[in-house]
Design a protein around this ligand. Sequence first.
Ligand code: CTP
Ligand code: MG
Length: 172
Amino acid sequence: MSISIIDVIETFIHAMYFIFPAYCANAAPVIFGGGRPVDAGRLFPDGKPILGSHKTVRGLLAGLIVGTLVGFAQQFVPFGQQSALLGFTLSLGALVGDLMDSFMKRRLGLTPGSPVPLADQLDFILGAFLFAAAIGQSPQISWILIILVVTPPIHLLTNFVAYLLGAKNKTR
Ligand code: CTP
Ligand code: MG
């Protein structure tokens, strides 16, 4: 059996289609975030912030709303099988994954925004995969591989663009 370039492109499009709500949920807080911190400014027993004041409730809500709307809209594309429910689930997973990364970074004494290569780019993807699996919507293995390989460069590029636009003050 031979794999044609058309198959590869098709698989790539399906993979990007699958994870798109998570990408949007991850980007939304950068644009709409701010205000009350998720951890309410509390410290962990180690004396360091639980998450940090930059992880905000508004950022979480914005991510959930945007990701859910994207999932809803996805059912209308020609090959679309995604839904508001899957959009919501992928977004919730992405946001929780991102918070887990921040929690671990604070435990290591890293200040908010300090780079941890791969963890920073894949935290939200792994969260999205796990939450999608929990509702029986695991992506195909080929999609997982594609997403894991292309997300770090896409993430770095979009962060750089956000930095140029002034929305973010760190290029990661
Ligand atoms: N943000 C937010 N609420 C969230 C997540 C993010 O308001 N729940 C906003 C904050 O302004 C934050 C920015 O999005 O500074 C970038 O988020 P992210 O890249 O996830 O933060 P990091 O700089 O990576 O922080 P950390 O070191 O905790 O990973
Ligand atoms: Mg992060």
